[in-house]
Design a protein around this ligand. Structure first.
Ligand code: FNR
Length: 186
């Protein structure tokens, strides 16, 4: 059955490598629907706003998270950790605690870097944060894309490396299976 998959990029950079990797899913697969879930307009999380009024950008972001069957996060690593903008978005999605739109949501993690370690440290952090939010993170699979600048066409902004494309296709297949076998959301 066709799934609706949200794509969140942990980089706000216009020419982000991670965004190019996320976008490649829309080229690699036409049997599922992919929706971008943007995080750039979200205000910094402030608990006071839960009392004074949740901004519209947050409400629509949370609806977008709620409406998809699963989410693939494609994120860079900043200083061996999660980019602040991504943590901010995850914090908003997790609140209020008793109505988190992330709770039991199937999520996959991917990261790309021009460096050699493929965002391994950031992914460990993101996984730990998501597990604290009771997210169903796809287990075991790590997609660590190193030397990403050699695997894309920067002018066309597309993934060109065939091995990475095949790997992402396999990953998507496993992620769809994970969605199908995750206990149903309320
Ligand atoms: C980086 N970069 C980086 N790369 C990495 O592999 N490990 C790291 O710890 C860091 N740390 C880091 C900190 C900060 C503040 C910046 C701006 C960058 C390099 C990073 O991988 C590179 O800039 C990527 O191109 C960022 O991803 P996007 O924007 O291309 O998706």
């Amino acid at each position: 059955m066709t799934k609706t998959i949200g794509l969140i990029c942990g980089s706000l950079r216009k020419d982000s490598y991670n965004r190019i990797i996320a976008k490649s899913f829309t080229d690699l697969d036409d049997s599922h629907q992919f929706h971008w879930i943007e995080i750039n307009d979200l205000p910094l999380y402030n608990e006071d706003l839960e009392i004074s009024g949740i901004p519209e950008t947050v409400t629509s972001f949370k609806s977008a998270v709620q409406d998809v069957d699963g989410i693939i996060i494609v994120s860079p690593e900043y200083n061996s950790g999660i980019p602040g903008v991504l943590k901010n978005a995850l914090d908003w999605a997790s609140r209020p605690r008793d109505s988190s739109v992330l709770s039991r949501k199937p999520v996959g993690l991917i990261g790309a870097t021009p460096g050699g370690l493929g965002t391994a440290f950031a992914q460990m952090q993101i996984r730990q944060i998501l597990e604290a939010m009771q997210v169903h993170v796809l287990p075991f699979q790590k997609v660590l894309i190193s030397q990403v600048h050699k695997k894309i066409d920067s002018d066309q902004k597309v993934l060109t490396d065939e091995q990475t494309k095949r790997y992402l296709q396999q990953y998507l297949h496993q992620f769809i299976h994970w969605i199908d076998h995750t206990p149903a959301l309320d």
